[in-house]
Design a protein around this ligand. Sequence first.
Ligand code: GLN
Length: 454
Amino acid sequence: DAFNAAVAGADALNAFIVKTPDHAIAAADAADKARADGADLGALAGVPLGIKDLFCTEGYQTTAASGMLGGFVPTYESTVTAKLFGAGAGMLGKLNLDQFAMGSSNETSAFGNVISPWRRNDSGNAPLAPGGSSGGSSAAVAARIAPGATGTDTGGSIRQPAAFTGISGIKPTYGRCSRWGTVAFASSLDQAGAMAHDVRDCAIMLEAMSGFDAKDSTSVELSVPNWEAALSADLKGKKVGIPKEYRVDGMPADIEALWQQGIAWMKDAGAEIVEVSLPHTKYALPTYYIIAPAEASSNLARYDGVRYGLRDLPDGANLQDMYAATRAAGFGAEVKRRIMIGTYVLSAGFYDAYYTKAQKVRALIARDFAQAWEKCDVLLTPTAPSAAFALGEKSADPLAMYLNDVFTVPSSLAGLPAMSVPGGLDPQGLPLGLQIIGKPFDEQGVLNASLAIE
Ligand code: GLN
């Protein structure tokens, strides 16, 4: 009954692409049995999680919210979901997302947009974006349909939707979570992470998801600390950096007030506040929107109508025709835009001017952060430059959409752990998120500073 009630809520929000009650019930039964037998219970025994439909799940359709993967049922389990299920979790279903995780509003999904469970005070029932690309994850957790959900974050796709829906979400250091079996967007940036109600739940989930995996060449061979056990909101002796370049022109007063409130909470928790400079911040967005599409265009080359999902084979078509027809039919407009940008910046005549230049700037952005760590332990910034926007408000203007990622992409380019936690409500009653960015592999520092905000 509880499941059916949740299903009705989930349908209203369009949060799920596929529901998998059998999986969640089997995990709950296994947990009951283990408890009755006095056997060891996993950290997530019986917990029904939502799984972003970018993670391959053995025997369950995996779509990346794209027509291109229509009918694709993986014969293997992603490392992240295998680890979660190994810790006892079950799967409620596969959650909606922006197509191939490209977007900031969940509006690029081939399965329709997700609706945020939140509404503005002043505008009747105008539906709001849940953020993206992990918009099904944020909506399902915010609406209390799932206690936790997986997300992936390439340039903010865990943190921005968490901020828009008043939940918590952490992207770990690049290399913490294996990318094996997760549909690739931009491989040098993609990281899985946890989305949940609070910092503690995120810590528990992330611990279960993390760890070395020989099947991912960028997986890092480091043991996973017990983050939950070491949670502490006492920041005495810690330095919190405030990057002055994040005070962008035209920052809304609500966001500035949120940031000041966050600074006050950090001081209350015993931290010292220091101003730091990340001088290349203004280049992060253009750098990201060169590198991410470049890698995406390469990763998406595998969808040729032969190996996965959709095949469009017109009468009398040859192989070239089949490639063209399949890719024309399968990819959505935003994915095609990324492929065009990506192949352009990688083309022989423009490679040095765009792609090589972007890689150099990426190194400078990473160096800015490395220098900041000489002065502070974590950084505090807003997660996004606005509260949730209305569905349709930015979908006709890709640049306006990309600008929403201004505070999340720099740490992605540098591979750093970063978390969004709820920081309060704006005058319209909508949630705003504060972001904590940490040193490489200092997820503990990120979680603890986030706990001080919560
Ligand atoms: N909004 C960003 C983009 O569209 C980030 C997406 C993500 O992190 N997957 O690329």
